[in-house]
Design a protein around this ligand. Sequence first.
Ligand SMILES: [Zn+2]
Length: 278
Amino acid sequence: MELWLGFAPQLIDNQLFVNALDLKKTVQPLLSADTIWPTRTNRIIVIDPGHGGEDAGAKSILGNRYEKEFTLDWARRLASLLTAKGWQVYLTRANDSDLALSNRVAVAEQRKGDLFVSLHFNSAAPNEDQAGLETYCLTPSGMPSSLTRSFEDDLTLTFPNNSFDGQNVQLACVVHRALLRVNGNHDRGVRRARFPAVLRGQQRPAILIEGGYLSNRREARLISEPGYRQKLAQAVANGIEEVAGRDHEIVVSTDDKNQRSELSPENLQGSSQRPVAR
Ligand SMILES: [Zn+2]
């Protein structure tokens, strides 16, 4: 799996050196056995279907269909899967309405979300070849971004969501890996960006997923199939359960009968897995 570092590793006297900030903010959280996720059972997630209303997002190469429709459907499918797993789920928009980025952050705040996941599809039009999955989390302070989209990338800035740098990259990697199994490993990597306002104001772990290219014929066809969107939703749900479902391990050891009754063997399986760099 591709994982973008902030700085190119260097070969000094035939030894490979990785920048200390990359070690601290990317490598270490992925290798750490310490669980840094909150131990609670009534977990709240806010899912953000990208775009909506006047803001249609990317246009499919296959005709008059737009990103906003596919992100909403993906979000609804993910919502019902996570609800079945005991999550309290809120969508930033439940219909075809326009919603400012700041309002999407406000919804997560209002609902006291433990997690925030923004869903998008990509476009490289008029380039039809570019394809694959990308998962973004906020760039840690002091690190250059993988993507700037011609926004200024001020390395000195620290945003509220930077308090969750470690959890962001854990969540991004596990969800990304689950998604890659669905799309045949067309991998464009876990990346860092500083400009997405929908991420940087979040007071909780947050990621943004680009689930494929609507400007690529093969991926646009897949994305237009409800069955494929269900697989994408299932992959994200599995990834979220694998990371944030870890608390079940701790709950079991307390031998609390009330909480134990909420556990399913499926949840327990997920909790024993750790995100690792591959
Ligand atoms: Zn988008």
